[in-house]
Design a binder for this molecule. Sequence first.
Ligand code: HEC
Length: 279
Amino acid sequence: MARILSILVGLFFTVALAWSFGKGAYTQITEPPAATAEHEFHLHPKELHLASDGPFGKFDKQQLQRGFQIYKEVCSACHSLSHVAFRDLAALGYSEGQVKAIAAGFQVPGVDPTTGEANTRPGLPTDYFPKPFANDTAARAANNNAIPPDLSLMTKARHEGGPYVYSLLTGFQAQPAALLKEFPDAKTPDGLHYNPYFANLNLAMAPPLTADGQVEYSPGNPKPTVDQMAKDVSAFLVWTAEPKLEKRNQTGLAVVLFLIFATVLGYMSYRNIWAGKKH
Ligand code: HEC
């Protein structure tokens, strides 16, 4: 009796599952979900190979310095880097004096010691990168109602962060005719810019890197083409998001080696303990 009952219950669930699957598949075929421009024209990030990729990855300090230069001369006009202090830049190979000079080149919020009024003063190595706008209202007012996000953790906040930033910076283009033909309502609104790597295809940032040689690299570095500058600043933002990456890779490697050693040791002692017994 119990056996028949359990077969019936099993049968009931099987039929219910098959039915709902069939129904779902049928609606999917007869009434497919409406296509959207985002779904059809959004692109996956391009490939970008950085020295810091992979379990043995190490930062290319020369490239990070170039990337920092791009951030400083271009992106810092709109984007903050709140989680990075000037003294952290020592990790890119800058000397103490250079870090001091870089910090002093930025104005950070301060207090007038005589009056107690808020003012600004040149940065110190212990200061963090200052925000470019006084507040969100000012940021919106200057950027077509969008707030430029903080870039410190951007490459962690987006899927495939490094390649994403690189693709975004090099991905600005005219809206494809095919898109407008298929979705006449999806025209890029005034003040926004078409970029297939951005999730909703139109973003409020104008292309920040527009001309080869926009930034001047010191001798011994590659030519500052738009592509090269985009790569370098992406590498820099991979560093800001995870400055301890090399240390983490090293620790991981040491742990894996230790675990392999411990496994071999464990197996040998197992053989030793059971050596006299018949298997
Ligand atoms: C003139 C101001 C301005 C400059 C200069 C600028 N940006 Fe932006 N950026 C913006 C604004 C505004 C947004 C927000 C766009 C939106 O949400 O539509 C943004 C968004 C971004 C995003 C986030 C995209 C996302 O997925 O949310 C990244 C990454 C970015 N900028 C990188 C950079 C880099 C790197 C530079 C320097 C090479 C730079 N930006 C220079 C204004 C600027």
